[in-house]
Design a protein around this ligand. Structure first.
Ligand SMILES: NC(=O)c1ccc[n+]([C@@H]2O[C@H](COP(=O)([O-])OP(=O)(O)OC[C@H]3O[C@@H](n4cnc5c(N)ncnc54)[C@H](OP(=O)(O)O)[C@@H]3O)[C@@H](O)[C@H]2O)c1
Length: 360
């Protein structure tokens, strides 16, 4: 009997991690997978076990648990906090132990964020033309170590170059759309992304849509299902072919179009008008007080990030949804937030972006 593939996944209760886990559970080879997930919430851990998943109750602060779990795994999906150097180091330590014990080269699929690693300091004043392709590794290597997430990415690439693990870093853009499937229907996983719901919630709170400065800055975008599909395509390809780009060459952007923050804010404003929450669709710049109130003082939403997913497409990834789909998703997302009562919580970004307040 062929041996099973042991998989360890973090971020299982999240928007992206839940979407990837959902696909692993319905994968054509799922009967040959032994899936273990890290979960902070014990109740959710129990619910996840009913889907045939083993759970470890703990967080990224439990470095011993991360190391032990990685040491028992052929494949690790890291889809929780992409800034946590200690957690990434513990996972790499475990994978090294796996290599030494089994003589195999395990696979790491880590999640980062081009919105972090590529960003500038535009304050919404201009759109960049500085395009990064995931095939242009020398250009990616010019990024300063101080860029958000870069420390973690560099540690992962260095481990891959040592040869005990094949490392792959997926960098999804602004992900949009409501995540769906049984894990979400049961309330185990968060169905909402970060940026677009927060812009809706903030607009709802201030009764007009907002942006940083004139909102001319651009970011890339990608749909949630397209993004989760990329993880599975990479997982399948990396298992069947060890020469699939990894380690120094293992950067995979997820992008299928771009938007200016003005366009996002204008479409959000129109939705606020449609729901009679605002009288004008025209967005206005956040004041200094509002940047403090909603973003812990960070102007991160005024940055540019401009990337092209050439390597991901060369792998066979064919994303479907585009910028128009993102703009069209704002109204149904608003409706869902109203129904769940989450519309009245505009403060999630305070914790997400507060860490960048001294830089952006
Ligand atoms: N959404 C996007 O647009 C986007 C785009 C690119 C990259 N990313 C990155 O992808 C990752 C997941 O994002 P998401 O949108 O899925 O966010 P999310 O819905 O908030 O999910 C985050 C997941 O990570 C878990 N988690 C967070 N901190 C943890 C910690 N210290 N220890 C253990 N688990 C922890 C959460 O557990 P709980 O359920 O217990 O909170 C949850 O399962 C993040 O690193 C994010 O920066 C997101």
């Amino acid at each position: 009997m062929a041996s099973k593939t042991s998989i360890f996944l973090t971020g299982a209760t999240g928007y992206l991690g839940g979407s990837v886990l959902q696909r692993l559970l319905t994968h054509p080879e799922s009967s040959s997978f032994e899936i273990t997930v890290l979960v902070r919430n014990a109740e959710k851990a129990k619910l996840l076990e009913t889907f045939g998943v083993q759970t470890i109750t703990g967080s990224y602060s439990d470095l011993d648990k991360l190391e032990v779990a990685a040491a028992s795994s052929d494949v690790v999906f890291a889809i929780a906090d992409c800034d946590d150097v200690a957690a990434a180091t513990a996972i790499l330590k475990g994978l090294k132990k796996r290599h030494i014990k089994m003589g195999t080269v395990p696979i790491l699929i880590h999640t980062a964020f081009p919105l972090g690693v590529l960003v500038d300091n535009a304050e919404g004043k201009y759109a960049t033309d500085n395009l990064y392709s995931d095939l242009d590794i020398p250009k990616i290597e010019t990024l300063a170590p101080e860029q958000p997430h870069r420390q973690v990415d560099m540690a992962i690439v260095a481990a891959g170059e040592e040869g005990f693990v094949r490392t792959h870093i997926i960098l999804p853009s602004t992900i949009f759309g409501i995540a769906s499937g049984p894990l979400f229907d049961k309330g185990i996983c968060n169905p909402h992304s970060i940026e677009i719901p927060c812009m809706i919630q903030i607009g709802w709170d201030r009764r007009e849509s907002g942006m940083v400065g004139p909102g001319k800055n651009i970011w890339p975008l990608v749909d949630i299902d397209d993004t989760a599909d990329l993880y599975i395509i990479l997982f399948d390809r990396a298992r069947e072919d060890p020469t699939v780009s990894h380690s120094r060459n293992g950067f995979y952007f997820a992008e299928n179009g771009y938007y200016t923050h003005y366009d996002l804010a204008k479409a959000t404003g129109q939705t606020l008008v449609d729901f009679q929450r605002a009288t004008s669709a025209e967005p206005t710049p956040f004041t200094a007080e509002e940047l403090e109130k909603y973003f812990a003082g960070s102007a991160f939403f005024g940055t540019n990030s401009y990337c092209k997913a050439d390597r991901s497409r060369a792998l066979g990834w064919k994303p479907i949804k585009t910028t128009q789909d993102m703009l069209d998703s704002i109204k149904p997302e608003t409706m869902t937030l109203i129904k769940s009562g989450r519309i009245a919580d505009p403060y999630k970004l305070k914790t997400v972006f507060g860490r960048y307040r001294d830089t952006y």
